[in-house]
Design a protein around this ligand. Structure first.
Ligand code: DGJ
Length: 690
């Protein structure tokens, strides 16, 4: 809902539980008024009438209050917009008009020929904000154009900042600490979202998992980015974020040129960190993730089983076993194309390797379908190996700086996707590939960061950072439109490209290359603070873990850990014993039963993974699923019962497995005894309200 004051200068956006208000002063300063519980327009006008901007030597009165601080004039905070023309730098805007369009508010400003439009859209309790810039005058260089600046209310207590940090094989781990004066900056200067930070922050003063106020902000951009959280000298906190890591220049807009920033979404919740996560999940399922009402199938992926050493016969053998344990989607990972027998060759040549798949992929895809599964393949279109047909034909299609060496990481270079000829090549190859065989699923990987992002011959080469992302999105959009039955997974050496931007064009994401079931609990715990189980792919792989740490764990523990997201199997099934395959079949069957609850339900983090027992719970309609994992029991002491959440206290719940009856109020207040013991024990409890 959008309310507008009669003078047309105070606006109020309202969702089911929260409101957001802003106003324009007579000097065309756009000031923040409110972000928090629902208020009325009269409340917003009251706040507007009493807003104080006291004069203080060496400070700017508007600092800490502006919705979108531009560079120039008496402002000392980080500018969200920084532009320059040949003559000057900075912005001095005048307000033109507002447009109200359902739940979307557009505020239009003008500075000479540069039109600046701030967009606000309320989607449930998530405020989406973005900016469009349209140049109608002389050439303007966008040094920086953030999507939004968020302002928090003043509080006596210190703010705490939560972030999701990591690195390869250790993504999305939660860190929480006190915010102090100055700025905390997270981001990526790597050309992709990166493993190092998910583009999300949350701020609270004293929230717990289920109580208290939490402010969250998440950016939808899959290239380099930056979020800066600033505590200003008067303790006010603002959060500014957008595309690009620094101010070295995003784009140059000639007359007629436009740029639309990515969406920077904000959410206020008074339901603690758990309530905030559930609101983020509901928002993504409703507005971001394509076809979120369709549950994702259980998949098998061949990577950890075979790595590059693949053959059609061996994939057929794996497919037979995968089908026998109940897998629904069989994915051939890296190694099926070009001269790709190792990571040294083949990227760029997207046709089946003639020795490995002499008749192409169709015979294998047909067999997989005959086994009752969907068929998927791996690609990494944005890359090229110097040892490839593509690179030999077009060495200038890679990103490079003239006269400098071309840095190879994993023996590969990044293609310059900003070039229309590269875009067209990839479209033709991928379209032909998806037409060549009945392919239902594409795992789209990205295995190295930008290092030599040059574009010889181009007048404004740094635009490739932005244009690469736009071209990647456009290619995905075009492929999805041409092949509507094909689902896409975003992967970047695990979780290196996970954000709201990629989430709006892919069906699930590869959470991490770390498939160790214990490490995964912490990775998944962090991930769940922003993204839902519906997109979080998790595989059961071999024990001892052959990729990372040699850890031995039971099949039970591995399955329960992976069942918290979109279940997959990634072990070498040709080496699993008959007993292991039979047990796996039972777990897969159980997962299929609980899948709608896990993938569509509300998530409650009952206990974080911190050494003993951790547990998550999902509630969907009358159904409840609890996944509990015990790392280690100590002193033989029985584990304290798990107090469930989100249940009807007056209801009776029946355990689907044992038929045992539980009372809602008892589960809420006294808890559920799991019976877990020893090391690496785990359990699934599936209840239904009677
Ligand atoms: C990195 C991915 O994260 C892995 O799952 C696998 O697909 C390899 N790339 C293949 O090269």
């Amino acid at each position: 809902m959008l309310d507008i004051a009669t003078d047309g200068r105070t606006w109020l956006l309202t969702g089911p539980r929260s409101s957001y208000a802003l106003r324009l002063t007579e000097n065309d300063e756009l000031l923040h008024l409110h972000w928090g519980p629902r208020i009325t327009l009269a409340d917003a006008e009251y706040l507007a009438a009493r807003q104080e901007l006291p004069y203080w030597p060496f400070e700017a009165p508007v600092d800490g209050h502006e919705e979108y601080p531009v560079e120039g004039g008496p402002r000392f905070t980080r500018p969200a917009l920084s532009v320059r023309t040949e003559e000057r730098r900075g912005t001095e805007w005048t307000f033109q008009e507002y447009e109200a369009d359902g739940d979307e508010l557009r505020l239009r400003f003008l500075d000479d020929g540069l039109r600046i439009t701030l967009h606000y859209r309320m989607r449930d309790d998530v405020v989406e904000r973005w900016v469009t810039l349209a140049n109608e005058g002389t050439t303007v260089e966008l040094l920086r154009a953030d999507s939004a600046t968020w302002t928090l209310p003043r509080r006596e207590e210190s703010w705490r900042l939560s972030q999701l940090h990591g690195r390869w094989a250790a993504e999305s781990r939660l860190a929480r600490g006190e915010l102090t004066y100055g700025e905390k900056v997270i981001g990526s200067r790597r050309g992709h979202t990166g493993h190092q930070h998910l583009p999300w922050v949350a701020l609270d003063t004293d929230a717990t998992e289920e109580h208290g106020e939490v402010y969250g902000c998440a950016l939808g951009w899959s290239g380099s980015w930056r979020i800066a959280v600033a505590q200003l000298p008067d303790a006010r906190v603002q959060i500014t974020g957008g595309a690009g890591y620094d101010e070295s220049g995003l784009l140059r807009l000639e007359a007629g040129g436009t740029f639309t920033t990515p969406v920077f979404a904000g959410l206020w919740s008074d339901g603690g960190h758990g309530g905030a996560s559930r609101a983020w999940h509901a928002y993504q399922r409703a507005y971001v993730i394509p076809d979120a009402d369709r549950d994702r199938p259980v998949l098998f992926n061949s990577w950890e089983a075979t790595e590059f050493d693949i053959s059609e016969e061996q994939q057929r053998a794996l497919a037979e076993r995968a089908a026998a344990i109940g897998v629904e989607l069989f994915v051939v990972d890296d190694g099926w194309f070009g001269a790709r027998t190792s990571d040294r060759a083949g990227l760029g040549d997207w046709t089946p390797n003639p020795d490995r798949f002499p008749e192409g992929l169709k015979p294998l895809a047909d067999q997989v379908h005959a086994l009752g599964m969907q068929f998927g393949i791996w690609v990494e279109p944005e890359m090229v190996n110097p040892d490839s047909e593509l690179y030999r034909a077009h060495p200038d299609w890679a990103q490079f700086q003239p006269g400098r060496k071309r840095t190879e990481l994993r023996n590969q270079l990044v293609l310059n996707l900003a070039r229309p000829d590269v875009q067209e090549y990839l479209w033709e190859k991928l379209d032909a590939l998806l037409s060549s065989a009945p392919i239902d699923y594409v795992k789209w990987d990205f295995n190295r960061c930008f290092t030599d992002a040059g574009w010889p011959g181009e007048e404004y080469p740094q635009k490739l950072w932005v244009e690469h992302v736009h071209a990647y999105y456009a290619l995905l959009d075009r492929l999805r439109a041409a092949h509507p039955g094909v689902a896409f997974e975003s992967c970047s050496g695990g979780g290196g490209r996970i954000d709201l931007g990629v989430m709006s064009r892919t069906d699930q994401v590869w959470t991490s290359d770390n498939t160790d079931p214990l490490d995964r609990l912490a990775i998944q715990h962090g991930f769940s603070h922003i993204h839902p189980a519906r997109v979080m792919a998790a595989w059961v792989t071999d024990s001892p873990n052959n990729q990372l740490n040699g850890r031995v764990s039971s099949l039970r523990f591995r399955f329960v850990s992976a069942m918290a997201g979109v279940l997959g199997v990634g072990g070498d099934l040709t080496r699993w014993s008959d007993e292991e395959l039979a047990e796996a079949r039972e777990w897969v069957e159980l997962y299929k039963e609980i899948k709608p609850v896990v993938q569509r339900g509300d998530l409650y983090r009952l206990r974080p993974p911190s050494g003993g027992m951790s547990a998550v719970q999902y509630v969907h309609g009358d159904e409840v699923v609890v996944l509990a994992c015990l790392q280690a029991q100590h002193y033989g002491e029985p584990l304290p019962p798990l107090r469930l959440r989100g249940l009807d206290p007056a209801a009776i719940y029946e355990c689907r497995e044992t038929g045992e009856l539980y009372r809602g109020v008892v589960l809420l207040h006294h808890g559920l005894r799991t019976g877990l013991r020893g090391d690496f024990d785990a359990k699934v409890v599936h209840l239904r309200r009677m």
